[in-house]
Design a protein. Structure first.
Length: 366
């Protein structure tokens, strides 16, 4: 196998594919990237057995063949070469030789026959979604996903589809994020799928890189996305997502209306002195006034006062300030509405006059 390609043409797809490859693997071949030259096209494949990403591009003057090379080392070599450099790769037995200008590199290889593929299975539904809109949907919800929770179905983002909407929901048991968008999916029956955390992270990177439409395929246990010569496949989490509708409080309690950015800045300042482990913050509400107080084990204290629109009864309630900041960093709009019922019930944070994004934050005892 012989290959000649410019550094810039190889670098971008190699970066995309390397994001899937884990540094530490039980199988040595999983640390490699599969290079396959066929019919004037070069495809690069990376996988961790749960995710698979294939990036393809046209190339000239190549000998057909396939081989696997260490993904991280190949990426570091490409990054280190000067801009505009030409790369020539030649495979000879168990070694691959890379030449560029006066630079020479010899890499160990593993046979392509050892490289596994993620079996996608048959697609149940297929539809297109705008990349920018899908990126916004992920950005507004992914922060609430659980991390290594024993309730494995929380370690991902739930996508709910019907014929007219796509809804993303994430929760870790302490907070919940929901965002939805109008989309003609053509799905006959409403369906929920749970995409694992790493799959969502890689999908967000792909959605951010360009405009246009992405084609989605949903199978019984996988999701496949095709865009710009890239095919991304992720296995789905096999589990039932909790009924998120029961978690979202019904309106009817007291409501705080305030400027999102002013509230965010006040909470950022207060959080400086919060307990690094628990991040507790006490919110006291009086007529048109919100007071946020933070303490830490060193007996230090921060207090922030903010004029708001509030006409309910005086109330005190504790929250994790980091959870509130996560919401205020992503919620759209200039004004937010915080709906509160009592000190033991979660609050609902929404954009004023728009319920396409909803966030629930559970209170904490202080």
């Amino acid at each position: 196998m012989k290959l000649s390609i410019s550094r810039e043409d190889l670098l971008k797809p190699l970066q995309q594919v390397s994001g899937v490859v884990e540094r530490r693997q039980s199988l040595p071949v999983l640390s490699n990237v599969l290079l396959r030259c066929q019919q004037g096209r070069l495809s690069l494949t990376g996988t961790d057995l749960e995710l698979e990403l294939i990036a393809a591009l046209p190339v000239d003057g190549t000998d057909e063949g396939e081989i696997t090379l260490p993904a991280r080392k190949l990426l570091d070599i490409c990054r280190a070469l000067p801009e505009g450099a030409d790369i020539r790769l030649e495979v000879d037995g168990e070694k691959a030789r890379i030449r560029s200008g006066r630079s020479r590199f010899t890499l160990a290889t593993l046979p392509a026959s050892e490289f596994p593929s993620v079996e996608g299975g048959e697609a149940v539904s297929r539809f297109s979604l705008p990349r920018e809109a899908m990126k916004r949907l992920i950005d507004r919800t992914q922060f609430a996903m659980a991390q290594q929770d024993v309730r494995y179905y929380l370690n991902g983002l739930m996508l709910e589809l019907d014929g007219r909407q796509v809804r993303a929901v994430a929760t870790d048991g302490h907070r919940l994020s929901l965002s939805e968008m109008e989309a003609d999916t053509g799905v006959a029956e409403a369906r929920q799928v749970i995409v694992p955390r790493k799959g969502i992270s890689e999908l967000a990177k792909l959605m951010a890189d360009g405009e246009g439409e992405a084609v989605f395929e949903l199978g019984s246990n996988h999701m496949r996305v095709e865009l710009d010569g890239v095919i991304f496949t992720t296995k789905l989490i096999d589990g039932k997502f909790p009924d998120y509708r029961r978690v979202i409080p019904e309106k009817g309690g007291a409501e705080v209306v305030c400027d999102r950015e002013l509230l965010r800045q006040a909470f950022v300042r207060a959080s400086v002195l919060s307990n690094e482990k628990y991040r507790g913050m006490r919110i006291r509400l009086e007529e048109n006034l919100l007071t946020a107080t933070v303490h830490n084990p060193e007996q230090e204290e921060a207090e922030e006062e903010l004029e708001v629109q509030y006409g309910g009864p005086p109330m005190e309630i504790g929250f994790n300030v980091a959870y509130f900041l996560d919401v205020l960093n992503v919620i759209p709009g200039e004004e937010v509405v915080i709906a509160l019922r009592d000190a033991n019930t979660g609050c609902l944070v929404t954009q004023k006059d728009d319920l396409s994004c909803q966030y629930v934050i559970m209170p904490m005892r202080l």
